[in-house]
Design a protein around this ligand. Sequence first.
Ligand code: FUC
Length: 792
Amino acid sequence: MEQSRQAPMRLWYRQPAQEWTEALPLGNGRLGAMVFGRTDEELFQLNEDTLWSFQPRDSLNHGAVAYLGKARQLIANGAYKRAQEIIERHMQGPNTGEYQPLGDLKLKFGGNSGPVESYERDLDLDTAISQVSYVRDGVRYTQEAFISAADQVLVIRLSADRPGSIHVTASLETPHVATIGLEAGRGVLTMKGNGPVKPDPEAAPDASDELIYEENNGVRFEAQLLAVIEGGMKESGNGSELRVAQADAVTFLLAAATSFNGYDKNPGSEGKDPTVPVQNALATAAGFTYGELKQRHLKEYHALYSRVKIHLGASEADSLPTDERLERIRQGEGDPGLAALYFQYGRYLLIACSRPGTQAANLQGIWNKEVRPPWRSNYTVNINTEMNYWPAETCNLEECHEPLFDLIEGISVSGRRTAETHYGCRGWTAHHNVDLWRKTTPAKGSASWAFWPMAGAWLCRHLWERYLFGGDKEFLATKAYPIMREAALFCLDWLIEDGEGHLVTSPATSPENIFLDEEGQPCAVSLGTTMDMAIIRELFTYCVEASKLLDADAELRREWEDALARLLPYRIGRHGQLLEWFRDFEEHEPGHRHISHLYGFYPGDQIDLHQDPELAAAVRASLARRLQHGGGHTGWSCAWIINMWARLADAENASRYVQTLLAKSSYPNLFDAHPPFQIDGNFGGTAGIAEMLLQSHSGEIRLLPALPSAWPDGFVSGLRARGGFEIDIAWNDGRFTAAELKATRNALCRLRVSSAVRVMRADGSTMAQSDGAEVVKFQAVTGEAYSIRAMR
Ligand code: FUC
């Protein structure tokens, strides 16, 4: 398919950032920086993804299991409130650690007094480089910055169009306990510090949420800053600054690392020495010129980013700064280019905060400035962490999915102790909050969110999805299936008979929603919630398939199959909605932000629009009811809803919620607003836009399943489909025109597209023709490419 060019993908502004949510994020998966673009004192707010509070610790509640029978009994008797009280008092554990900021790099510019003119700053997604440029006292100053994954350093280049114009003083700061000083011999500014820990509960029983600093405990960190100058001179500052005067150009290199040495090792007493990787990175990077560093960065970045291109239509807004485009959207104007930018920004952000070998993207990716961040900036795994990874496979960034697999692997180990100690079950489980230390026990607080042992089972869908997209049987056999199998063992043990022939979970919650019991009391705990049942149904189904593919566990497979036949089924309630709880309870908040009971429709695929029309209609009714009552009000919730409408093939509603996400849930830097900032909505929004253009589930590939009138002409290339395809699609006047499919393995391809199409091999010969039918079938062969053309 001849490829049109994607428009430049750039976030840009005519003024520096005042607020953090106006600054622009850089990252290499591990190191992060927010660039403010200020002209007197520039600020780079820094992060490193293993700098968390706390240390490995035993968070098991050894007494919990003694209350399980009691809680179940109360639930069976309809005493939901009492059961909830028992759980909250006796069956939960402590909170997770918090993701921490590393500190600030400040660049104080001297030598100018005149006004700043012709100012512009941007983040170019096509290069992952941020630029600031302005004229002051007749000199044009330019700052370029990027974080190199190839060389593990933040690189900042200052230049000017008049020699000798750069005067800058660099300093480092951190909110933690640290020493900061210039190493005279090396001319390197070094910051060495310690992250906060949790006080010993025995010593400070009441200080449960306090943070303290202790020597030889907590994560140690180190950052080093080096300046390479062209012209001018380095001056000795006051010992804690790096000063450069009258330079033609300066390249700053910053490296940082921590003592984190695995989730089960104390980073104080058993930590790695952070000085070693920091010094090595700095020494290696200093051996390259700025031009070489940039080339190495671009080469590495393009290998991921350039796989997908998108164009959703042009408009006069294309030439405007990003904040002005957002303002127009709030006024109700259309801007297809901004939706395309948002899509690529989501891909950019995933590349920037989740790379092989780094930690998984937390609630804020890797960008956090607070010591006490909202929701601890942890891994919230009852929707948020999973949503972070929704675009990974479809948007051709499968490598970026890997940190999540490492996290799952870790919690499958710690979660085994939780399953056994808290519930007396085999296998492994995790609850709604996880951290760097792989804590899997329930948190403190309301059972509506803290009591939910389904996170492990949900996360397993990511392992299976990786297999569906990539087809790597080795990965399935050695990494995915062993973890899925153990999560499914937990579920087998966790299920109980409901006395009416069904298997149910108990106690059960529907994250984080509340119903009213017969007396009208708000309760979170009951049995057999729809989401629990959907997640278990899905996991057992995948385990049955995987065990057949691997020819393993025949006996266990029969147990899963038997249980599958007895799981409490989906039911439809009095509003025509899919029931969220095992009874048609009155909802405490009908517009609740979670739509957990619709899990089986998206991200799951148990309910399909074409194959299960009745249940799909109930999904639609549930969604409509939530929205009627003000649902979708947080960024991530809005993003989930885009995906729902896309799966319902309701293009106009999907588009409306893309518009809503931009208008109501986006900061000037396009970070998602819960509010406050939470990155899940960015990724959910990106996945949603992809889902509007291409779907691959229920055994079909669907081309343009939800193409809205707002995007009449466009193309997307490089999206991936389950079954092993890479797909380009083009459309015109709101109608499909052509697609190109590359098969990475042999598969029967069932293609659903609204126009009549002809499928051709690379040599032009016809393989299949739809003759008006909606689904066309053909046998695809590994390595072959197929063209699909609309027949007019
Ligand atoms: C879940 C959501 C909240 C928030 C938090 C981090 O608990 O219900 O809205 O996103 O995660």
